[in-house]
Design a protein around this ligand. Structure first.
Ligand SMILES: [Zn+2]
Length: 272
């Protein structure tokens, strides 16, 4: 394993975890993660990916830091209000863990940049604040076969799932209509976005390392006002406009196999 003594010491407490070990650490080191919407949610996701030692983070967020971001954006300082938050997020994360690589993209997710971002990634974290960016990232992840951790919240409610293109429902299957909380300015507590972010980062770490059981094909719903957690199985729409072609392909290959079996059977009959 190609770890420096500093890396081995830095990550020793997690390397000790059963089912993690140096192999898990190596998988994190060899991975690139895209995190969109680097705010209360994405910034905290990035923090826990960075301290865990994910080799490269690509942070994507346009706009500048505002004073009313500071109740939840824990990578920021008061002195940075008015500055591009994605560059400041990079600065904080590299101060905490200088052994990883971080690319800061001071842009929102757009049809022009999303494919290039996703193609570089082993995993994507969807933490954008609106469904325009979320739908773009979902479609690109489906297009390029990149797993996506989907973390969303509204007020005290939070949702989390891990999407594997072709295997699980995608974001469009789960939310075919935009939820009515798709808007600016809902109330949010930092402890709520932080709770969801920690769980989202953990989902990614599990998926990359094989630790535990990720929420693939399951939607974790959390009412943090009453600390009520539930797991649901969202519908995998075979006619989904984004991922439906995977289901169609699977059906075709199933039909193809059945046909081949019938032909083999006929061949046996004719030659027996
Ligand atoms: Zn879908």
């Amino acid at each position: 394993m190609e770890f420096t003594p500093t890396e081995l010491e830095r990550y020793s407490r997690q390397i000790q975890l059963p089912g993690f070990g140096q192999e898990g650490q190596k998988r994190l080191k060899d991975s690139t993660a895209v995190v969109t919407g680097v705010g209360g949610l994405g910034g905290t996701v990035a923090l826990y990916l960075a301290v865990a030692g994910v080799g490269k983070l690509i942070l994507v967020r346009g706009g500048d830091l505002r004073l009313d971001d500071l109740n939840r954006q824990i990578l920021m300082t008061n002195a940075w209000v008015g500055q591009p938050r994605v560059f400041k997020a990079r600065e904080t994360l590299l101060n905490i863990n200088p052994e990883i690589e971080i690319e800061a993209v001071h842009e929102f997710v757009t049809p022009d940049n999303v494919d290039a971002l996703v193609q570089q990634a082993d995993i994507a974290f969807d933490c954008a604040f609106d469904f325009t960016e979320r739908n773009l990232l979902n479609a690109a992840c489906v297009r390029w076969g990149v797993p996506m951790v989907e973390a969303a919240m509204s007020g005290m409610d939070a949702y989390l799932t891990t999407i594997i293109p072709g295997e699980t429902p995608c974001l469009s299957c789960i939310f075919p209509e935009k939820p009515d909380w798709d808007r600016w300015g809902f109330g949010v507590l930092g402890a709520v976005s932080g709770t969801l972010a920690c769980l989202a980062a953990l989902e990614g770490i599990k998926l990359l390392t094989g630790l535990g059981e990720p929420l693939t094909g399951q939607l974790l719903t959390m009412d943090l006002g009453s600390a009520t957690f539930a797991k649901r199985r969202p519908y995998h729409d075979p006619n989904c406009p984004v991922c439906g072609h995977f289901t169609q392909q699977r059906l075709m290959s199933y039909v193809g196999k059945q046909k081949a079996q019938v032909q083999n059977y006929e061949f046996i009959i004719h030659n027996s």
